[in-house]
Design a protein around this ligand. Structure first.
Ligand SMILES: *Cc1c(COP(=O)(O)O)cnc(C)c1O
Length: 389
């Protein structure tokens, strides 16, 4: 059986996890700190905070940027629901910006038009969450310029994009954003089972994120509001309403061990992607257009069937599935989901996203996928299209 994605676990990962199991602390020990330090060094940010999932990360990123009821967040409709659910958790409003036909990321031209209209109505978003779809960075420098003009904050949803780069810097360096969020779900670039990370260069934001991750509780003397007990070593204070969004040391040890191999993982993904690009190019399909300024982490390899062929997408999916190759659709547009329609969203307002959704298919791509297996998948896809003639 071949899935569209899967983790790579080696003996080093297993040993790292077992070491924690044999140690004094399964959670709130030293591994989390070590994971955060190595991760921020890897992406080139000042600070990093590890949490229980990217969903949790998105939630506290919104809270740290002071998102409140009445405020608005804009994101891409071509994403996992967590990219917009985070705003709703905060009681804020959500809206979507249609994607570009070429790179399947939030379209900056469409965004600018929407910003101009929103400014006229006095309804500008407080936060925009660009999603680096499939691991390909959005045009962050242009987005950053818009953020200065229209006064919004930026949270990068880099759940797909650990290890990808933009303008020769790793995604997560936060050169053009306030906070970047990563996911360590097993299908993503590195895994902790479940887990996520936030990177930022802003000290005050980092402090808020670390407080929000653990109930809003502080043990720092300098943070204490009530001075009467501060001399007691057992003393702590809850100063905000936070959550238990902590990651465990068991997971952090796995993440650390995975991080040592990330460049190998990325290299393998690049090899697979370039093979697909080369060997599938004469079929009636197109690929996500790549940018000169960005190197994708290739979390996903998506093919998009040409308009005249898109009606065959589900047949191709089934054809491969019957051969035990489990592709996936990324994504069912967020406003297409019944929950969002009930909120009043009309998915057909996002034309490029809907056309893309009907024609897209994510092919298997992960470090352990052998080039011979990639070749088998390629031959099957060619056979499928030949049979249509
Ligand atoms: C996977 C994913 C998330 C959520 O990640 P979890 O770690 O599973 O919470 C959020 N956004 C995008 C774009 C994702 O792909």
């Amino acid at each position: 059986m071949i899935n569209y994605g899967r983790q790579n676990i080696d003996q080093g990962d297993i040993d790292a996890v077992v070491d924690v199991l044999n140690s004094d602390y399964l959670t709130q020990g030293s591994k989390i700190d070590e994971f955060e330090k190595n991760f921020s060094k890897y992406v080139g940010s000042e600070y990093a905070t590890a949490v229980s999932s990217a969903t949790a990360a998105l939630h506290i990123a919104c809270l740290a940027l002071d998102l409140k009821p009445g405020d608005t967040v804009w994101t891409s409709p071509n994403s996992f629901v967590a990219s917009s659910n985070c705003a709703i958790y905060c009681g804020a409003n959500v809206d979507f910006v249609d994607i570009s036909k070429d790179d399947f990321n939030l379209c900056l031209n469409t965004l600018e038009k929407k910003l101009i209209k929103a400014k006229d109505k006095g309804m500008l978003p407080k936060i925009i969450i660009p999603v680096h779809f499939a691991g390909l960075s959005c045009d962050m420098s242009s987005l950053h310029k818009l953020s200065l003009k229209y006064n919004f904050k930026i949270i990068e949803d880099a759940s797909h994009a650990t290890g990808g780069d933009y303008n020769k810097k790793k995604i997560g360096s936060c050169e053009f954003s306030d906070i970047t969020v990563f996911s360590f779900h097993p299908v993503k670039i590195i895994t902790t089972g479940e887990g996520g990370m936030l990177s930022t260069n802003n000290k005050a934001l980092d402090r808020s994120l670390k407080l929000l991750r653990t109930h809003g509780i502080t043990r720092e003397k300098s943070d204490f509001i009530d001075s009467a007990n501060t001399h007691n070593a057992w003393y702590y204070e809850q100063i905000y309403l936070g959550f238990n969004y902590r990651i465990t040391d068991i997971q952090a040890a796995l993440g650390l061990s995975q991080l040592y191999r990330i460049e190998k993982f990325l290299e393998q993904r690049r090899l697979i992607a370039s093979k697909y690009q080369k060997d599938l190019k004469n079929l009636p399909i197109s690929f996500q257009s790549q940018s000169m300024n960005a190197q994708s982490s290739w979390h996903l390899f998506v093919i998009k069937l040409d308009d005249d062929y898109s009606y065959l997408r589900d047949d191709l999916y089934l054809f491969l599935r019957n051969k035990k190759i489990f592709c996936q659709i990324h994504y069912i547009p967020i406003p297409f989901h019944p929950y969002y329609r009930k909120l009043g969203f009309d998915p057909h307002k996002y034309q490029n996203t809907m056309l893309y959704f009907k024609a897209c298919l994510s092919l298997p791509i992960y470090p352990d996928l052998k080039l011979e297996q990639v070749d088998e998948i390629i031959q099957l896809i060619k056979l499928f299209f030949n049979e249509q003639k």
